[in-house]
Design a protein around this ligand. Structure first.
Ligand code: ZN
Length: 275
């Protein structure tokens, strides 16, 4: 009888899948013991892992679901020498709303002459995010780039001039032109230039595949390669690029995905609450 029970438990732990729910665009923070750790996988794909910033016995791995076409479910397996934990993550659609925006016609239907620039800029940023910096460039918790009202949340489905639809990949803050914009955390500037859609743009690498983005700026105070510290004024807000008015667009990239910045910051900062 004792053998049967033992076998039952072995089987149970080997095949059990803990069910979890995750809203598309949000990030799951997986924390686990460093001791005897082998790997963490999403299906066949190995996930990146980094040391817990506040607990030297633990490791952290970030998993997020894309907003567009997320899988219905995902499996995460955390493998230790003598232990294998499986999690089945069920995708939730979330309570995302939609909005209609009127902008200059050439920003919705860019002229042929702008196409090359747009393609080149998109390739430039996606290449940037593929660089995984193997160390922490951040310093403690994240903060918001300014204190202001959020006028548009992450994930809103958008209809531009009643035609082209997309989704809002960051959050918009109310900010009159010339408002000081601060780095959400310490890091290294990897992009600082004028772009067609995003206007005056800054991207900061915080390490471990985490990047923050600041768009539609009227002035850039930093250069590519420059180290910035949390709270440093990196530029001034504006209305450049495809903007319907002055505001700051703030985005966060995690493991190549454009995630909900508020969800990410809340969960990231919880890492520092541990004893
Ligand atoms: Zn925005």
């Amino acid at each position: 009888m004792r053998i049967c029970i033992s076998l039952f438990f072995i089987c149970f732990f080997a095949f059990a899948q803990t069910p979890l729910e995750l809203v598309k665009g949000q990030t799951l923070f997986l924390e686990f013991e460093k001791k005897d750790f082998i790997e963490v996988k999403n299906g066949d794909k190995k996930l990146n892992v980094f040391p817990h910033p506040n607990n030297d016995k633990k490791l952290v791995s970030l998993f997020s679901l894309p907003y567009k076409n997320p899988p219905k479910k995902s499996t995460i397996t955390i493998v230790h020498t003598n232990k294998k934990e499986n999690f089945m993550i069920y995708t939730q659609e979330g309570n995302y709303t939609s909005e209609t925006i009127q902008v200059q016609v050439e920003k919705v239907f860019p002229p042929k002459t702008a196409q090359e620039r747009i393609t080149q800029e998109a390739q430039e940023t996606s290449a940037l995010y593929k660089n995984y910096t193997q160390k922490a460039l951040f310093n403690g918790t994240f903060q918001l780039p300014l204190e202001s009202k959020i006028t548009s949340a992450y994930g809103k489905a958008r209809v531009f001039n009643n035609s082209i639809t997309s989704y809002h990949s960051g959050i918009d803050f109310r900010a009159k032109i010339g408002t000081a914009i601060k780095a959400a955390n310490s890091g290294v500037v990897v992009l600082a230039k004028e772009r067609y859609y995003a206007g005056g743009s800054i991207v900061i690498d915080h390490g471990y595949g985490i990047y923050s983005q600041y768009y539609h700026l009227s002035k850039l105070n930093v250069k590519v390669g420059q180290q910035v510290h949390k709270g440093q004024i990196i530029g001034l807000s504006g209305a450049s690029g495809r903007a319907s008015g002055p505001h700051l667009h703030f985005g966060i990239i995690v493991a190549l995905k454009q995630v909900d910045p508020l969800d990410f910051i809340a969960k990231f900062n919880l890492l520092f609450n541990e004893i």
